[in-house]
Ligand binder design. Structure first.
Ligand SMILES: Cc1cc2nc3c(=O)[nH]c(=O)nc-3n(C[C@H](O)[C@H](O)[C@H](O)COP(=O)(O)OP(=O)(O)OC[C@H]3O[C@@H](n4cnc5c(N)ncnc54)[C@H](O)[C@@H]3O)c2cc1C
Length: 400
């Protein structure tokens, strides 16, 4: 946490030096935003809500111009070159790459839950590869659910996130009877629980979000997405339901991105630094990517090739089936119970098994999920990380 707080301003300055343009206030200083749960204005944006696009497009251009980086487009990592003692590189679908240090940056796993705000490829490939190569995973039971994702099953628009800022401006959640049923500005987990309870009691697959009093000019991206989905929020409320949004857990790493497997590093949402606790605060994730990404690169460059390389493994990554995604949503969603979680233990997808084992081990409610059999938070588990080892065993650890 200290590393992030101390180094994030430098990471922003570095991005500016590399050509990323952030929004400025009328005095020409960085316009700092306040987001959910924040005490101080500290979030930079680019082009309003185009921050991700500005960052990735500028950095892609920068990498392209940097002659020392070889980019392999449309190539997937399908295994790690490991003997369980050390990582010697990566196996891709275009061949093996030997390296003294390998850094995984494969993103999160929230698309392992059937309802998700994430792109379909966010299935936790990194943690699966790392675990099978011999690295520990941690905090897998912690998934953040967003209460208001568009509910249009079977279409490309299903899961589109509708920002909570719009509820802050007066959007109302309505049941099938057209009545409000919850405080729209309560924390994400409370709003999620209220929506799921309403859906259960009404036997519906969504509730309505009434945007009729919202000025489209305040949220142009949201209104453009809804128009693309064929919805007219000016005349009809739009259907929304909770969806998996962010995975706090991943490959257990230290402050330099080092995993428990020598030679293997992980950064970004596929890693677990412990920074996000049980429920990430808005926008801490991109800061984490830049601060810990830089630290991991600096540490990895110091690694030297060690020992004899083993034969490349024969095992290859297999993506999860739709049945697995259904099962993870149904059994490890925002509302959980031990019998359901136990059903994940025999799932064919290794990360689904590890999520089930971690969520079973944490016998309490914390962060984004509620265990119906243990509705309270257990103070004895404060600061405890549930770690899944490569052999599938689970331990509880305190990290310092
Ligand atoms: C709708 C939405 C809004 C968000 N808003 C915010 C926000 O406002 N602020 C914030 O801080 N965070 C936000 N987040 C979270 C943030 O975007 C992510 O945590 C962050 O982008 C993760 O970055 P990453 O580099 O770790 O992974 P990603 O950006 O997901 O990149 C991972 C890359 O790895 C590739 N990959 C995956 N598996 C393999 C493989 N086996 N081989 C090769 N390549 C592979 C993927 O295709 C992808 O290109 C949001 C997320 C969503 C979904």
């Amino acid at each position: 946490m200290r590393a992030l707080v101390e180094e994030a301003p430098g990471a922003v300055r570095d991005l500016i030096a590399r050509g990323v343009v952030f929004d400025l206030d009328h005095e020409g200083r960085l316009a700092l935003g306040l987001e959910g749960g924040h005490t101080y204005r500290r979030i930079v944006h680019a082009g309003g809500s185009q921050t991700g696009y500005e960052l990735t497009s500028k950095l892609a251009k920068w990498v392209d111009a940097e002659g020392r980086v070889e980019v392999k487009e449309r190539t997937s990592a399908v295994a790690l070159w490991s003997d369980g003692e050390r990582c010697h590189g990566v196996i891709t679908d275009a061949g093996a790459i030997a390296a003294p240090a390998t850094i995984l940056a494969t993103g999160g796993a929230a698309a392992l839950w059937r309802r998700t705000t994430n792109p379909r490829g966010a299935i936790g490939a990194g943690p699966v590869l790392a675990s099978l190569a011999g690295a520990d995973l941690a905090d897998l039971e912690f998934c953040q659910f967003h209460p208001t994702a568009l509910a249009l099953p079977g279409t490309d628009h299903d899961g589109v996130l509708i920002t909570e800022a719009i509820r802050g401006e007066g959007a109302k959640l309505l049941g099938a009877d057209g009545e409000r049923f919850t405080d729209e500005l309560a924390p994400r987990d409370a709003v999620t629980a209220a929506i799921l309870e309403k859906m259960r009691s009404e036997g519906t697959a969504a509730v309505d979000l009434d945007l009729r009093e919202i000025d489209p000019a305040r949220f142009p991206n949201v209104f453009a997405s809804l128009a693309r989905a064929g919805l007219n929020p000016g005349s009809h409320p739009v259907p929304v339901a909770p969806a998996a949004h962010y995975t706090m857990g991943g490959i257990a790493v230290d402050v330099d991105g080092r995993s428990s497997l020598p030679g293997l590093y992980a950064v970004g949402e596929c890693s677990c630094t412990g920074l996000h606790g049980a429920n990430r605060l808005a926008s801490n994730s991109l800061s984490e990517c830049f601060v810990f990404g830089g630290r991991a690169a600096a540490a990895a460059i110091e690694e030297e090739a060690v020992g004899t390389k083993p034969e490349p493994p024969q095992w290859r990554f297999e993506p999860p089936s739709d049945e697995t995604r259904d099962a993870v949503w149904r059994y490890a969603g925002p509302m959980r119970n031990p019998d359901d979680l136990a059903r994940l233990i025999s799932n064919p997808y290794p990360l689904a098994r590890a999520i089930g084992a971690s969520a079973l081990d944490r016998a309490e409610s914390r962060g984004g999920h509620l265990r119906r059999d243990r509705p309270d938070t257990d103070p004895a588990l404060d600061g405890i990380h549930v770690v899944v080892h490569p052999d599938g065993s689970v331990t509880e650890e305190e990290w310092h």
